[in-house]
Ligand binder design. Structure first.
Ligand SMILES: CC(C)(COP(=O)(O)OP(=O)(O)OC[C@H]1O[C@@H](n2cnc3c(N)ncnc32)[C@H](O)[C@@H]1OP(=O)(O)O)[C@@H](O)C(=O)NCCC(=O)NCCS
Length: 334
């Protein structure tokens, strides 16, 4: 669908029609806008605004809707990372919609719709073939957002991950934690602060060879890793399973149970997944970090049937909240 917007020589994009009788224009974010737009995205994404106006950074797209020069809406997008829960092909030449927000007083006047139309046009001009996004069913504007993307030509959202949220104080009393506390002969549990350089190199080699998916690496989001309570399982010089715990970047009082991985050859009925998960859970319960981060977030892909069974049977009965993340995409090709 051709966009109803056109760029002016000033860089402004002016709709050829009035948005509810107002004078809305859409322009790229400028350095002078920073303080006036920070309320138009979620706190955790505000750090991206400064990056977006840095002229050497051409990756983050930030577009502002204004009325009489005053920002009333903002859309932010950037290329996806290896951590995003989309396939390699879906992420190839894709741009990820991170946030779209309209000032509460300006909602339901087609401003977000206009922002997405301009984002679509600009992304296509830049050679992207797809827009993708991920979000959770907890966002307050879920109905509005899903309506918005549907009316902007996106495909239907699909469930992506089940998120099980617990208080470690509730989980530590769960009986399954003690049912799986000892590794069989020949296997040793250890914490990730004790991983050796050789083991690290070997895991990275397996990742590079495609034997371990990059987003399941024990080093995924390593800047947030809490190594002294993240758990690995060794056998004969190999690391065969792990459960890593990271400081959840978007939730201040939770640890994210980030990657639960068991070597494919050892997945049948050995119980290594529950073993490393239970050990990490017990270490979380016993660690001083529990004061700062008393909650745990365990995310399971809906494609991972075994892990979903594990979460539903063992974790969910002790969780105070369970919700899902969804993903959606918009094809930009004709
Ligand atoms: C989602 C949000 C951006 C929509 O902004 P908006 O400017 O009010 O949206 P628009 O007026 O362009 O409406 C877009 C579509 O959504 C529909 N819509 C808007 N608000 C709605 C609501 N509360 N319930 C149902 N539908 C709604 C509109 O009718 C319109 O549909 P149509 O094109 O079929 O007529 C806004 O609610 C918001 O800022 N929410 C907080 C931020 C957020 O959660 N963003 C989404 C995750 S990044």
């Amino acid at each position: 669908m051709p966009s109803p917007f056109s760029f002016q020589s000033s860089g402004s994009i002016v709709p050829p029609y009035d948005i509810s009788g107002s004078d809305i224009t859409i322009t790229p974010l400028l350095p002078d806008d920073l303080s006036a737009v920070s309320h138009l995205t979620f706190p955790s994404y505000r750090v991206l605004l400064e990056k977006a106006v840095n002229t050497t950074n051409e990756k983050i797209l930030a577009l502002v809707a204004r009325s009489k020069g005053i920002p009333v809406g903002l859309v932010l997008a950037e290329p996806p990372s290896v951590m995003d829960n989309f396939s390699y092909n879906e992420k190839k030449n894709a741009l990820k919609l991170i946030s779209v927000m309209t000032d509460p007083q300006w909602r339901r006047r087609s401003i977000a719709n206009a922002l997405l139309q301009v984002l679509t046009q600009k992304s296509r001009d830049l050679g992207y073939v797809r827009l993708i996004t991920g979000y959770t069913t907890k966002i307050k504007s879920l109905a509005a957002f899903e309506h918005l993307i549907a009316s902007s030509g996106w495909g239907a959202p699909v469930p992506s991950m089940e998120l099980s949220i617990f208080r470690i104080g509730d989980m530590e009393t769960a009986s399954w934690l003690d049912a799986v506390s000892t590794p069989p002969p020949g296997y040793q549990l250890f914490t990730m602060d004790k991983i050796t350089d050789e083991e690290r190199v070997r895991i990275n080699t397996d990742i590079a060879a495609g034997d371990i998916p990059e987003n399941l690496s024990p080093f995924a989001e390593e800047e947030y890793l809490v190594p002294e309570i993240s758990v690995g399982l060794r056998s004969g010089g190999d690391i065969v399973a792990w459960m890593t715990l990271i400081r959840a970047p978007l939730v201040a009082d939770a640890l994210c149970y980030r990657t639960l991985f068991v070597h494919p050859k050892l997945r049948t009925a050995k119980g290594f997944g529950p073993l490393v998960a239970a050990t990490a859970g017990k270490l979380h319960a016993a660690s001083p970090i529990r004061k700062e981060r008393p909650k745990g977030i365990f995310a399971t892909s809906f494609n991972s049937i075994k892990q979903l069974n594990f979460a539903r049977k063992r974790l969910n009965p002790h969780c105070f909240e369970i919700y899902e993340s969804r993903k959606a995409q918009c094809n930009l090709q004709p």
